[in-house]
Write a protein of this length. Structure first.
Length: 96
């Protein structure tokens, strides 16, 4: 049986809500990369930021690494999903 590897890591959450920006970014300590199929769960109370404000929060996150089969499956699914973005045209005269 292949088990998922889970571990906790500190993280920083930067949240901004303004006319120019509306985002929430999570940075894992140690610049850990998140690969296809991995799961990240940030612990703590829900974050609320009023319009026109930005804030940075320190929290803990649990990272669950995907096994090789799930990681491969996620890559295949992502590739097939990408093909939906291709534009297909059936306009007359477009293939001359």
């Amino acid at each position: 049986m292949i088990r998922a590897r889970a571990f906790e890591v500190p993280c920083r959450i930067a949240v901004e809500q303004s006319e120019a920006h509306f985002h929430a970014h999570v940075e894992l300590a140690g610049n850990l990369s998140v690969e296809p199929g991995d799961k990240v769960r940030v612990h703590g109370e829900p974050i609320r930021v009023a319009f026109g404000e930005s804030a940075v929060f320190e929290r803990t996150a649990t990272v669950v690494r995907a096994g090789p089969l799930l990681r491969g499956w996620m890559r295949i699914v992502a590739y097939l999903g990408l093909t939906e973005l291709y534009e297909v045209s059936f306009n007359p005269g477009s293939l001359r």
